[in-house]
Design a protein around this ligand. Structure first.
Ligand SMILES: [Zn+2]
Length: 307
Protein backbone atom coordinates (compact mmCIF):
# COMPACT_ATOMS: atom_id res chain seq x y z
CA UNK A 1 0.00 0.00 0.00
CA UNK A 2 1.31 3.36 -0.97
CA UNK A 3 1.21 5.99 1.71
CA UNK A 4 2.76 9.30 2.52
CA UNK A 5 6.47 8.73 3.14
CA UNK A 6 7.34 8.98 6.82
CA UNK A 7 9.09 12.25 7.54
CA UNK A 8 12.42 11.85 9.31
CA UNK A 9 15.02 14.17 10.74
CA UNK A 10 18.61 13.64 11.84
CA UNK A 11 19.66 14.86 15.26
CA UNK A 12 23.37 15.44 15.76
CA UNK A 13 24.11 15.29 19.47
CA UNK A 14 26.91 17.68 20.42
CA UNK A 15 26.81 17.21 24.18
CA UNK A 16 30.27 15.64 24.18
CA UNK A 17 31.71 18.69 22.35
CA UNK A 18 29.65 21.90 22.54
CA UNK A 19 28.02 20.63 25.73
CA UNK A 20 31.15 19.68 27.66
CA UNK A 21 33.79 22.02 26.25
CA UNK A 22 33.65 24.67 29.00
CA UNK A 23 32.60 22.34 31.80
CA UNK A 24 34.86 22.85 34.82
CA UNK A 25 34.94 19.19 35.77
CA UNK A 26 37.12 17.29 33.30
CA UNK A 27 35.53 13.95 32.50
CA UNK A 28 37.74 10.91 32.07
CA UNK A 29 37.97 9.06 28.77
CA UNK A 30 36.01 6.17 30.31
CA UNK A 31 33.24 8.52 31.47
CA UNK A 32 32.98 10.05 27.99
CA UNK A 33 32.95 6.61 26.39
CA UNK A 34 30.10 5.51 28.65
CA UNK A 35 28.11 8.60 27.62
CA UNK A 36 28.87 7.93 23.96
CA UNK A 37 27.67 4.33 24.25
CA UNK A 38 24.45 5.37 25.97
CA UNK A 39 23.80 7.98 23.24
CA UNK A 40 24.41 5.42 20.50
CA UNK A 41 22.20 2.86 22.30
CA UNK A 42 19.40 5.45 22.44
CA UNK A 43 19.51 5.61 18.65
CA UNK A 44 21.37 8.88 18.11
CA UNK A 45 22.84 8.50 14.63
CA UNK A 46 25.20 11.48 14.50
CA UNK A 47 27.56 12.48 17.26
CA UNK A 48 29.99 15.35 17.41
CA UNK A 49 32.40 13.89 19.92
CA UNK A 50 35.16 16.43 20.37
CA UNK A 51 37.32 19.14 18.90
CA UNK A 52 40.92 19.31 17.79
CA UNK A 53 41.81 22.50 19.60
CA UNK A 54 44.78 23.30 21.81
CA UNK A 55 44.46 21.37 25.10
CA UNK A 56 45.55 24.45 27.05
CA UNK A 57 42.65 26.45 25.60
CA UNK A 58 40.03 23.73 26.02
CA UNK A 59 41.39 21.08 28.46
CA UNK A 60 38.14 19.09 28.30
CA UNK A 61 38.90 18.25 24.64
CA UNK A 62 42.51 17.13 25.18
CA UNK A 63 41.62 13.46 24.70
CA UNK A 64 39.71 13.83 21.41
CA UNK A 65 42.20 11.70 19.43
CA UNK A 66 42.20 8.94 22.03
CA UNK A 67 38.43 9.06 22.17
CA UNK A 68 38.04 8.74 18.41
CA UNK A 69 40.51 5.89 18.24
CA UNK A 70 38.57 4.12 20.98
CA UNK A 71 35.18 4.43 19.27
CA UNK A 72 36.27 4.08 15.63
CA UNK A 73 35.68 0.35 15.62
CA UNK A 74 32.39 0.33 17.47
CA UNK A 75 30.51 2.89 15.47
CA UNK A 76 28.47 0.81 13.06
CA UNK A 77 25.43 2.87 12.18
CA UNK A 78 26.74 5.90 14.06
CA UNK A 79 28.20 8.86 12.23
CA UNK A 80 31.11 10.40 14.13
CA UNK A 81 32.36 13.91 13.59
CA UNK A 82 34.58 16.44 15.37
CA UNK A 83 35.34 20.12 15.18
CA UNK A 84 38.50 21.42 13.52
CA UNK A 85 39.53 25.07 13.52
CA UNK A 86 43.06 25.13 12.11
CA UNK A 87 45.84 23.27 10.22
CA UNK A 88 47.15 21.52 13.33
CA UNK A 89 43.66 20.30 14.14
CA UNK A 90 43.25 18.96 10.61
CA UNK A 91 46.55 17.07 10.87
CA UNK A 92 45.42 15.50 14.15
CA UNK A 93 42.04 14.57 12.68
CA UNK A 94 43.69 12.94 9.68
CA UNK A 95 46.04 11.00 11.95
CA UNK A 96 43.20 9.33 13.81
CA UNK A 97 41.39 8.39 10.63
CA UNK A 98 38.21 10.42 11.08
CA UNK A 99 36.14 10.61 7.87
CA UNK A 100 34.02 13.67 8.63
CA UNK A 101 34.76 17.07 10.16
CA UNK A 102 32.88 20.20 11.14
CA UNK A 103 34.58 23.50 10.40
CA UNK A 104 33.26 27.01 10.81
CA UNK A 105 34.00 30.69 11.23
CA UNK A 106 31.99 33.69 12.36
CA UNK A 107 29.91 36.13 10.33
CA UNK A 108 30.59 38.73 13.04
CA UNK A 109 33.89 40.55 13.16
CA UNK A 110 33.70 41.31 16.91
CA UNK A 111 32.81 37.70 17.75
CA UNK A 112 35.65 36.43 15.56
CA UNK A 113 38.16 38.77 17.23
CA UNK A 114 37.08 37.65 20.72
CA UNK A 115 36.82 33.97 19.84
CA UNK A 116 39.85 33.33 17.61
CA UNK A 117 41.67 36.69 17.78
CA UNK A 118 41.38 37.20 14.03
CA UNK A 119 39.09 39.38 11.94
CA UNK A 120 36.10 37.62 10.41
CA UNK A 121 37.60 38.06 6.92
CA UNK A 122 40.96 36.56 7.94
CA UNK A 123 39.33 33.64 9.73
CA UNK A 124 37.00 33.01 6.78
CA UNK A 125 39.86 33.02 4.25
CA UNK A 126 41.69 30.42 6.39
CA UNK A 127 38.52 28.39 6.74
CA UNK A 128 38.03 28.20 2.97
CA UNK A 129 41.61 27.00 2.56
CA UNK A 130 41.29 24.49 5.39
CA UNK A 131 38.10 23.01 3.92
CA UNK A 132 39.77 22.70 0.49
CA UNK A 133 42.67 20.85 2.14
CA UNK A 134 40.33 18.51 4.02
CA UNK A 135 38.20 17.81 0.95
CA UNK A 136 41.42 17.25 -1.02
CA UNK A 137 42.44 14.66 1.60
CA UNK A 138 39.22 12.78 1.02
CA UNK A 139 37.32 13.99 4.08
CA UNK A 140 33.67 14.99 4.21
CA UNK A 141 33.17 18.44 5.67
CA UNK A 142 30.31 20.32 7.21
CA UNK A 143 30.97 24.02 6.71
CA UNK A 144 29.45 26.32 9.29
CA UNK A 145 28.69 29.99 9.76
CA UNK A 146 28.77 31.08 13.41
CA UNK A 147 26.60 34.02 14.53
CA UNK A 148 24.52 33.64 11.34
CA UNK A 149 21.47 35.04 13.14
CA UNK A 150 23.06 37.84 15.13
CA UNK A 151 25.90 38.67 17.48
CA UNK A 152 25.85 39.79 21.10
CA UNK A 153 28.58 42.34 20.37
CA UNK A 154 27.32 43.67 17.02
CA UNK A 155 23.58 42.99 17.06
CA UNK A 156 22.08 42.10 13.70
CA UNK A 157 24.24 40.31 11.13
CA UNK A 158 23.47 41.17 7.50
CA UNK A 159 21.71 38.26 5.78
CA UNK A 160 23.43 39.10 2.50
CA UNK A 161 26.77 38.55 4.21
CA UNK A 162 25.67 35.12 5.44
CA UNK A 163 24.42 34.15 1.96
CA UNK A 164 27.67 35.32 0.40
CA UNK A 165 29.70 33.26 2.90
CA UNK A 166 27.45 30.25 2.28
CA UNK A 167 28.01 30.48 -1.47
CA UNK A 168 31.78 30.59 -1.04
CA UNK A 169 31.72 27.69 1.43
CA UNK A 170 29.63 25.64 -0.98
CA UNK A 171 32.22 26.23 -3.70
CA UNK A 172 34.95 24.53 -1.61
CA UNK A 173 33.39 21.08 -2.03
CA UNK A 174 31.88 20.94 1.47
CA UNK A 175 29.04 18.41 1.87
CA UNK A 176 26.72 20.37 4.15
CA UNK A 177 26.13 23.93 5.29
CA UNK A 178 25.49 24.68 8.93
CA UNK A 179 23.82 27.90 10.03
CA UNK A 180 24.65 28.50 13.68
CA UNK A 181 22.80 30.66 16.16
CA UNK A 182 25.92 30.75 18.32
CA UNK A 183 24.60 33.24 20.85
CA UNK A 184 20.94 32.20 20.78
CA UNK A 185 19.54 35.37 19.22
CA UNK A 186 17.45 33.95 16.37
CA UNK A 187 13.68 34.18 16.16
CA UNK A 188 11.41 31.88 14.11
CA UNK A 189 10.59 34.39 11.37
CA UNK A 190 14.26 35.14 10.86
CA UNK A 191 15.10 31.43 10.80
CA UNK A 192 12.49 30.82 8.09
CA UNK A 193 13.73 33.77 6.03
CA UNK A 194 17.44 32.94 6.24
CA UNK A 195 16.94 29.23 5.61
CA UNK A 196 14.74 29.98 2.58
CA UNK A 197 17.30 32.43 1.18
CA UNK A 198 20.18 30.01 1.75
CA UNK A 199 18.31 27.10 0.16
CA UNK A 200 17.46 29.25 -2.84
CA UNK A 201 21.07 30.41 -3.24
CA UNK A 202 22.57 26.93 -2.68
CA UNK A 203 19.95 24.36 -3.66
CA UNK A 204 22.39 21.46 -4.03
CA UNK A 205 23.66 21.27 -0.42
CA UNK A 206 21.81 20.09 2.69
CA UNK A 207 21.45 22.77 5.35
CA UNK A 208 21.68 21.97 9.04
CA UNK A 209 20.90 24.24 11.97
CA UNK A 210 22.78 24.76 15.22
CA UNK A 211 20.56 26.45 17.79
CA UNK A 212 21.29 27.63 21.32
CA UNK A 213 18.35 27.98 23.66
CA UNK A 214 19.67 31.14 25.36
CA UNK A 215 16.38 33.06 25.13
CA UNK A 216 14.02 30.09 25.23
CA UNK A 217 13.33 30.16 21.48
CA UNK A 218 15.31 27.04 20.60
CA UNK A 219 12.38 24.71 19.93
CA UNK A 220 10.37 27.42 18.16
CA UNK A 221 13.34 28.09 15.91
CA UNK A 222 13.82 24.37 15.32
CA UNK A 223 10.21 23.98 14.22
CA UNK A 224 10.50 27.04 11.96
CA UNK A 225 13.61 25.58 10.30
CA UNK A 226 11.89 22.22 9.88
CA UNK A 227 8.88 23.87 8.26
CA UNK A 228 11.31 25.50 5.84
CA UNK A 229 12.73 22.09 4.88
CA UNK A 230 15.69 21.61 7.25
CA UNK A 231 16.10 17.98 8.37
CA UNK A 232 19.41 18.05 10.28
CA UNK A 233 19.53 19.64 13.74
CA UNK A 234 22.27 19.97 16.35
CA UNK A 235 21.16 19.14 19.88
CA UNK A 236 22.74 18.44 23.25
CA UNK A 237 21.57 15.83 25.74
CA UNK A 238 20.04 17.62 28.72
CA UNK A 239 20.61 20.97 27.02
CA UNK A 240 24.15 20.77 28.41
CA UNK A 241 26.36 23.67 27.36
CA UNK A 242 26.99 27.34 27.81
CA UNK A 243 30.04 29.39 28.32
CA UNK A 244 31.13 30.71 31.74
CA UNK A 245 32.67 33.77 30.05
CA UNK A 246 29.45 34.88 28.34
CA UNK A 247 26.74 35.97 30.75
CA UNK A 248 23.48 34.12 30.21
CA UNK A 249 24.90 31.73 27.60
CA UNK A 250 23.17 28.39 27.45
CA UNK A 251 23.48 25.10 25.62
CA UNK A 252 22.03 23.71 22.42
CA UNK A 253 18.38 22.71 22.32
CA UNK A 254 18.01 19.71 24.65
CA UNK A 255 18.13 16.49 22.61
CA UNK A 256 15.25 14.93 24.57
CA UNK A 257 13.04 18.00 24.03
CA UNK A 258 13.79 17.93 20.29
CA UNK A 259 12.91 14.22 20.15
CA UNK A 260 9.63 14.97 21.92
CA UNK A 261 8.82 17.87 19.55
CA UNK A 262 9.32 15.72 16.47
CA UNK A 263 7.47 12.73 17.97
CA UNK A 264 4.52 14.99 18.73
CA UNK A 265 4.28 16.20 15.13
CA UNK A 266 4.73 12.75 13.61
CA UNK A 267 8.34 13.10 12.47
CA UNK A 268 10.74 10.23 13.16
CA UNK A 269 14.10 10.82 14.82
CA UNK A 270 15.05 7.17 15.35
CA UNK A 271 15.85 8.08 18.97
CA UNK A 272 14.26 6.35 21.96
CA UNK A 273 13.21 9.11 24.35
CA UNK A 274 13.42 7.04 27.53
CA UNK A 275 16.84 5.67 26.61
CA UNK A 276 17.99 9.21 25.84
CA UNK A 277 16.85 10.33 29.27
CA UNK A 278 19.23 7.75 30.76
CA UNK A 279 22.05 9.69 29.11
CA UNK A 280 20.77 12.86 30.76
CA UNK A 281 20.69 11.05 34.14
CA UNK A 282 24.26 9.94 33.58
CA UNK A 283 25.40 13.49 32.74
CA UNK A 284 23.63 14.84 35.81
CA UNK A 285 25.26 12.22 38.04
CA UNK A 286 28.72 12.92 36.61
CA UNK A 287 28.41 16.70 36.77
CA UNK A 288 26.48 16.81 40.04
CA UNK A 289 23.73 19.15 38.89
CA UNK A 290 20.42 19.25 37.11
CA UNK A 291 20.46 20.05 33.40
CA UNK A 292 17.91 22.38 31.80
CA UNK A 293 16.16 19.96 29.38
CA UNK A 294 12.49 19.37 30.23
CA UNK A 295 11.52 15.88 29.04
CA UNK A 296 13.70 13.96 31.49
CA UNK A 297 11.71 15.52 34.36
CA UNK A 298 8.40 14.96 32.57
CA UNK A 299 9.12 11.28 32.04
CA UNK A 300 10.19 10.84 35.67
CA UNK A 301 7.09 12.58 37.01
CA UNK A 302 4.90 10.38 34.78
CA UNK A 303 6.64 7.26 36.08
CA UNK A 304 5.97 8.35 39.67
CA UNK A 305 2.33 9.23 38.83
CA UNK A 306 1.81 5.73 37.41
CA UNK A 307 3.31 3.91 40.35
ZN1 LIG B 1 27.31 26.10 19.70
Amino acid sequence: MKGTPIATVILEDESLRDGLQFEQKILTLEEKLSLFRLLAAAGVKRLQVGSFVHPKVVPQMADTEEFIRAVRDETSGVFITALVLNDKGLERALRCGLGHLSMSSSASNSHSLKNVKRTADEAFASLLELIRQAVGSGLQVRAGIQCAFGCVYEGAVAEDRVIEMAGRLAATGANELNLADTTGMANPLQVRRLVAKTRKAIPHLPISIHLHDTRGLGLANMLAAHEEGVTIFDVSAGGLGGCPFVKGASGNVAAEDAVNLFEQIGVETGVDLKALCKVVDHYEALLGRRLPGRMNRVIKSQAIACE
